[in-house]
Write a protein that binds this ligand. Structure first.
Ligand code: AVJ
Length: 326
């Protein structure tokens, strides 16, 4: 063992900073949102270790074309994106997850540093360590952080201009006013001369959108219901997953997917410091996933202060990728 170690290449484990305690306490946040008049659970609570893996499985579903459509766009237009974003810049990946999307762009973007930001600390740490082995020459930094409230980039992140990468249509989790604020903060993180590379799912046929979030295998149902297990862990609650069912639908009026968990019967749930009773058919709102139109996407980026913006679309998948100058 020892003699092999001596010959092994010096692949450094990427630096990793856990900034999760910087903001509000997630347990307080959960207790408040569950006690609200219209109870809800913020979507970031989907992403415990199992939730992160269930989301990876969702991306494999034929009914969920987003990830594949976006991949096609990055494959086709990677060079054009790099022309706008510039080479040799820090690449800040918001909601990096398994880091797979960014890795596919390393070749064209030739980043000077890879900064992966995600709420799922253990999952990110694990995937980033594997990534570093494949790219030993690229400096990497992992940041465990809830960037939905505020994006905090420590000094270890190389200064601007930066390329901020926000793929997968996670922007859809924000209601329009929050999306605007988020994009304004993101523009500041890019710095003058920097660039935002954004993926956004487009409004499509309702039936197709409904199926993408209520797939017949039940993978999305498992992903949604798993949030209750994460809540149990976070606030010592006693949700029984079997008492709840998955509800998801596209609402054309708000142009958003809504996901809820719905009580199958009357249930009383207790947690540390409180509890709540739910009647049969009561719902807890777990996610909004807003879909965009091309004019809507352009207007939003412009209002957030971005300048020259190029948008590429995938007809088949109904998906858009934008490169917006900060
Ligand atoms: C990761 C927020 C982009 O809204 O499509 C997938 C999460 N929820 N299926 C999305 C999700 C249900 C996903 N985002």
């Amino acid at each position: 063992m020892g003699s092999n170690d001596a010959k092994a290449p010096l692949a450094a484990v990427p630096a990793f900073l856990d900034l999760r305690t910087a903001g509000a306490d997630p347990a307080d946040e959960l207790r408040a949102s569950l006690a609200a008049d219209v109870p809800f659970i913020a979507p970031k609570f989907f992403y415990d270790a199992l939730g992160s893996r269930l989301f990876e499985a969702i991306c494999e579903l034929p009914e969920y074309p987003l990830t594949r459509a976006e991949r096609r766009l990055f494959e086709r237009h990677g060079e054009a994106i790099a022309e706008r974003a510039g080479l040799d810049r820090p690449l800040v990946d918001l909601g990096a997850g398994n880091c797979e999307k960014a890795e596919r762009l390393f070749g064209v973007l030739a980043p000077s540093q890879y900064v992966a930001v995600d709420i799922a600390a253990d999952f990110l740490r694990e995937r980033l360590a594997a990534l570093a082995l494949r790219h030993p020459g690229l400096p990497m930094l992992g940041l465990a952080q809830d960037f939905t409230a505020a994006l905090e980039l420590p000094d270890a992140v190389q200064p601007g201009p930066r390329t901020v990468f926000y793929p997968g249509s996670s922007i859809g989790n924000f209601a329009p006013p929050a999306a605007l604020e988020f994009l304004e903060r993101t523009r500041a993180a890019c710095g003058a001369g920097g660039c935002l590379v954004l993926g956004a799912d487009l409004v499509r046929d309702k039936h197709a959108l409904d199926l993408a979030y209520a797939d017949p295998l039940g993978v999305t149902a498992a992903f949604n219901l798993n949030v209750l297990r994460n809540v149990n862990r976070c606030i010592d609650a006693d949700f029984d997953v079997a008492d709840w069912r998955h509800v998801a639908f596209f609402d054309p009026v708000t142009a958003r997917i809504e996901m809820h968990v719905e009580a199958r019967c009357d249930v009383a749930v207790r947690w540390k410091g409180g509890g709540r009773s739910f009647r049969a058919a009561d719902r807890i709102h777990t996610e909004n996933s807003y879909k965009y139109t091309l004019p809507g996407l352009r207007a939003l980026l412009q209002r957030a202060g971005f300048g020259d913006t190029k948008v590429w679309t995938d007809e088949e998948g109904g998906f858009a990728v934008a490169a917006a100058a900060a």
